[in-house]
Structure formats: C-alpha cells, structure tokens
Design a protein around this ligand. Structure first.
Ligand code: NIG
Ligand code: FE
Length: 418
C-alpha cells in the first residue's frame, strides 16, 4: 500500500464530534503547529504532530512531502450553489446597480426566469460544459465537495435535465456532488395567476419523477414574498419528505415570512440565507437542530445587511457558509471570498468561518461521514495555503491563498507561488 506523509505543515481542522459544531463550539479547531498528515489509498490514515504520526508508522516506508510550514486544512465544502446554469446575467447586474431591486427584476419576468429560458434552450452536453466551468473554478479555489441545485427548469423535463447534468459533474471533475431538487425556485409565467396549481404540479408530477430518477437527495424551496408562501412551502416539503428527500429552504432572504420557523417546524437539514430571520425563529432552529447556512456573498452582491451571525451563535445555532454561486444574486465560486466577508463583515473569527466552510458545510449536505474534517477514515481532501494560519483566507483579500488542492489524496489543482 502506497502511503504519503505530508509533513512540516501547520495543520488546522475542525473536530468532528458527530454533529455540526454550534454556538460556542463553532470555532473549535485541532491545531498541530508541526503537523503531519498520513494518506493511504485516498483516505486519511493519521493526522497529528509530526513525531506522533511518524511513530505510528512503525518504520514502514512512505513517500514524504515537505509542506514548507504552510497551513494545511480540509477541502472546502460548499453546501449551497446554483452552479448549473446556461448563461450569465451581466446586464441585469448593471440594472441592479442603477437601483432596480432583485425581486422587481424577477417580477418583470427577468432574473431567475431569464435563466429558465436559457436552460430550456440549451442541450444537455452544453449545459454540462457550462456547469463544469463553474465547478472547475470552485475546485481551483479549494472546494472539493459541493451541493448543486436544479431550479432553472421549472417543468418536469428541464428539471430532470438539470439533475442529470448535476449527477454527471462528479464523473468529469474531482469533486463530490450532492444534488438538490429546487423546482420551487420561481413560479413559471404560465402559472402566475394560479401559483397553487404549480405547487400541485410539483407535488403530483415532478416529485414522483425526481424520485424515480434517483439523483436528488434534497428538496429546497424559495420561500419568499411573491415567490412561494410558507403554506405552499410546507405542502411541498411535506410531500418531498414522503418521497424520501431531505429538506432545505431558502428562508427569509429578503422578507421575514417565517421561513426559518418553518424549517424548525419541519426539522429541515438547513435553512439558508436568513438575512431577515427573527430572533425567535433563530432560537427555534437551534432547538430543532437545523443548520443555518449563511451566504454573505449574496448580501454583498444585493447590498443588503448581512445575516446576524453573532446573534445566531448566541442562540446556539451551527453556521455553515456557502457561495450561493448563481448568475443573479451571487456570481462567485470562491469560498475564500466568502470567508473574507464572513470574517470582516459578519464578525466571525477565522476559525468559526473555517468550520462553517468545512465541517458544518459537510453536515448541511449530509456528507460529514466522509469529508469536512481531517479525521482518520475520511477522504484525504485537503488544501495547502500560501500562509501560516486560516486567517490568511480573510487577510489576503480579493485573491485565492489556496496553493494546492488535493482530492482523495491526489493533487487536482495548483496555483503558482509568486
Ligand atoms: O439563492 N433566492 C433565490 N435563488 C438564488 C438566486 C438565483 C438567481 O437569481 O438566479 C439565491 O439567491
Ligand atoms: Fe440560493
């Protein structure tokens, strides 16, 4: 068995205690200043202080790699993306800069609906090629596992097409991918006068088809004013659960409709966005064990107040961080950028942000049994940073301090060192 020893590394990793790290434990990291990581067959065989890891080898021959004292952390897990899209929406961005609100653009038939038209017009191979452009960029910024949502189909054929594309991403790029069905991303124009009929279609036709296809693991809904109400969201999510899907919500992104409370009531895996979530509903989420997935690049791009991350930690929540990468409200694949915003604009410590972008991200998409921390037995998904501590991710702004990216023990991306 070929073993590799990554030595002379400053190792930082969340500690997986069997659930997402929450409240006062959000920033808990194991730290080995003179650390080593032993990799065998793509898995982590040992991690710790260099002397200790060497001792565990018992004289076995290994290939040694000197990390030059650089920071070694787990690969990022991005638990909320819309990376499967056909075209960018640059003109809409300029429109928003001139003052047209995001939801107004959607109301006028643009926004998500313009992405829906673009996906309908694109064949599957081209959609896969476009999706891989985002995924490969994310990988170069250190994302080794991610979630991708459908939701630019809004009819059975195009939703299934998106899910097939998402299902094929992992064959073409060195990432683990979890698929989420987001047929309830917007109300299609044909149902504008009768959105309940679209919810009915979602429940009666799309959910059974999605289940039969077998690619999606989660069902999500955009619970927002002018999109889907909490009552409609509840109906859909309860039906999704009957079909064996786990639950997520886009909750309280723009208005406080009580989406966070609904996530708590349904014990969803996560509620995401939460810019406008109420204190009571934060507490309800914490009591129900719902992970709060925060998307600071969306608040940044929409120029909205950030989610109240510190208050959420006081309420005992577990925070995950994600890009929300999509062509409308957050066009970035970069977790380092998200960590920078989380630290400098939401008041998280670099350690809290790192746990959010690794272990808690993994819990938010049900992958923590194999990724999210440097724990023996998990996949050897790790990053070497051009820096000494995780703080470099926020400190070296506007660039990626991710030097080398490893997936299951293999180097899959590398940036030049200057
Ligand atoms: O998470 N809020 C709804 N969905 C995405 C945006 C999708 C889009 O604008 O294309 C979000 O922000
Ligand atoms: Fe989103």
């Amino acid at each position: 068995m070929k073993q590799k020893l990554y030595r002379n590394a400053a190792i930082y990793s969340p500690i997986d205690r069997g659930k997402a790290a929450s409240g006062p434990n959000q920033g808990e990291l194991a730290h080995f200043p003179h650390g080593a990581l032993l990799v065998a067959d793509g898995l982590i065989a040992a991690v710790g202080g260099e002397e200790e890891v060497r001792a565990s080898l018992g004289g076995e021959a290994v290939e040694e790699i000197d990390c030059g004292g650089r920071c070694l952390i787990p690969g990022f897990v991005d638990p909320h993306t819309h990376m499967c899209f056909a075209a960018r929406r640059e003109a809409e961005f300029s429109q928003r800069l001139l003052g047209t609100p995001y939801l107004e653009i959607l109301r006028q038939g643009g926004g998500i609906l313009s992405s829906v038209r673009a996906v309908a017009a694109m064949d599957e191979e081209s959609l896969l090629a476009n999706t891989l452009r985002q995924v490969r960029r994310a990988l170069s910024f250190g994302t080794t596992s991610l979630e991708i949502k459908s939701g630019y189909g809004l009819d059975t054929d195009n939703e299934l097409k998106m899910l097939r594309v998402i299902g094929r991403v992992a064959e073409k790029a060195a990432v683990d991918v979890v698929a989420t069905f987001l047929g309830a991303h917007a109300v299609p124009p044909a149902y504008r006068e009768n959105p309940d009929a679209y919810v009915d279609l979602l429940i009666r036709e799309m959910l059974p088809a999605v289940r039969a296809q077998g690619i999606a693991r989660f069902c999500d809904v955009f619970c927002e004013e002018g999109v889907f109400s909490p009552a409609q969201s509840r109906l859909l999510l309860l039906a999704a659960r009957e079909h064996g899907l786990e639950l997520k919500l886009h909750a309280d992104e723009v208005h406080d409709l009580g989406g966070a409370g609904l996530a708590a009531e349904l014990a969803a895996r996560s509620a995401d966005h939460l810019l406008a979530a109420s204190e009571d509903n934060m507490a309800a989420m914490a009591a129900a064990g719902v992970i709060a997935t925060l998307l600071p690049a969306t608040a940044y791009s929409l120029r909205k107040p950030y989610a109240r991350a510190r208050l959420m930690l006081e309420k005992g929540l577990a925070l995950a961080l994600a890009t929300d990468c999509n062509p409308g409200s957050s066009y970035t694949e970069s977790i380092p950028f998200v960590i920078g915003l989380a630290v400098l604009n939401m008041g998280l410590s670099p350690a809290e942000a790192l746990v959010g972008a690794t272990l808690n991200g993994a819990y938010a998409i049900g992958l923590a049994d194999r990724v999210g921390s440097l724990t023996p037995g998990k996949q050897a998904d790790f990053l070497l940073l051009d820096g000494e501590t995780p703080a470099i991710l926020a400190y070296h702004a506007g660039v990626s301090p991710v030097w080398q990216v490893y997936k299951r023990g293999e180097m899959v991306a590398a940036a030049p060192l200057c």
